[in-house]
Write a protein that binds this ligand. Sequence first.
Ligand code: FE2
Length: 542
Amino acid sequence: MLTRRSLLRGVLATPVAFIANRLAAVPANPPFTDDYGVASGDPQPDRVVLWTRVPEAVQPTFGEVVAVSYQVATTADFSPGSIAAEGELQTSGSADYTVKVVTDGLAPATPYYYRFWTDTGYQSVVGQTKTAPMPDVHPQVMSFAFVSCQNFTQGFYTVYTHLAREQVDFCVHLGDNIYEAGHVGLEHGYVREDDIGDGQATDLGAYRQKYQLYLSDPHLREVRRRFPWIVLWDDHELANNYAGPQVAQQSPQRQRDAYTAFLEYMPVQPIEPLSPADPAHVRLYRQFAFGDLLEVFALDERQYRDALVCNRDFLTAGCPELKDPTRTMLGEAQRGWLQSSLQASKAHWKCLLSEVMMMRLAVHNQPGSLAADLPLSILRQPGAIDQDVYVNLDGWDGYPNERSHLLQFIADQGLRNVVVCTGDVHNCYAGILRPDFEDSASAAVGVEFVGASVSSFGIAEMTGQDLTELGRRLVPHVNPHIAYLDLKHHVYTKVTVSPTQMEVQYIAVRTVGQSVSSAFLLQRFVVPHGASRVMLQSQPGG
Ligand SMILES: [Fe+2]
């Protein structure tokens, strides 16, 4: 029996009020195996976003509307007494037959099962999700896993085979859910092909095909089915290393198309489609509290950022424009939101979900320095470089004044237990955050864990070498804030917080070059309560 009627916000089409006897009967046929699965996301104490797509085989012809029913239950058998929410909404070709709905009226900190069906014959797999605890309760433990960068062509999703077996309260995707550029051919480490849009997605049809291609992988579908997700975008959901205002000026339709497809296929709010009349602005930055133990702040580091400077984005010496005090990655509104939200947060652990790396990562390249050993052949314009070389100016190293400002704010406010979880660079780095990275005596104000990619090429694939040992000699030399790095493995990162400590584990797979791989604990860390320190724990396996 329903304890509360669910409020339907149907999205991608007009919502239909809940009328129990109008729901189509659940078909008895076995579920489609050739479908796009289900997903849930943006968990709050009373609600979660649910997602599916009506597969081609049961779509109406000519893009017509189809009614989609759904149920949320406390038990996997969906027995009448277990139903917590149910309803019906519509979708059509205009939304590419995707369906998103916010179910509210759910109980906090509660696992749920959910499913979708249509009277045209679609019956989804049963998804699993979980609501967040109420903000005023005191959980003794919360756990989540974060991932990033799942290039379909560059590796199999063996990381997801193992993530699917985890017991975590939610998962985070830090971006590069798709790659706008494809690849044809299976040489040089490529394992699957993607020829969508003649090698480059630039319009709505191609971006939609990208999500469909990626969802053809059963392991990706399984982790989306298995956990609630907090999904961010990075650059490749649109174009490599893009800056939003620049794209909005040069290719506004492409930006709209990329954002539209992302919103259609990801279990995120907002669930409404973009308005055709307005610019493609979407507020993706948002926060989620998990009792008073953990609060996460999901950032949007693409839409509002100033364009790259110094001519190159990767392994480049700096230039005067870097020092421009007005340069911003977050934009004024998001920076204000982040600072006031951090200030107001009562959570024990405050976790920033950051697409790009915040710690300074530079190598010193004066004659006679250790950096002379660097494989500078991977520089795009190798030449005489006699100053610090920034590995990645697409990250926070390209926005140093705003970074200092933000980290100094954390120091000035006396905020403790600030942790940044990051993707983007395809390799693992862990260390501390300082307002002034040039001053190794300045106090740490937080810690950062950068997780390697799920499948996208890292340094090992780009150079054909495992440069981990070389990196461990070179990188701390000019980056004493970096306590750990790994330049070889692909991982998911598991974070477990309690009132006394945060535990972080890099769980690595042995290969993404084959569809099956074992996994092992690459490195475990502990961050003690109240101390911005990264403590490496003894590491089994390897
Ligand atoms: Fe990436």
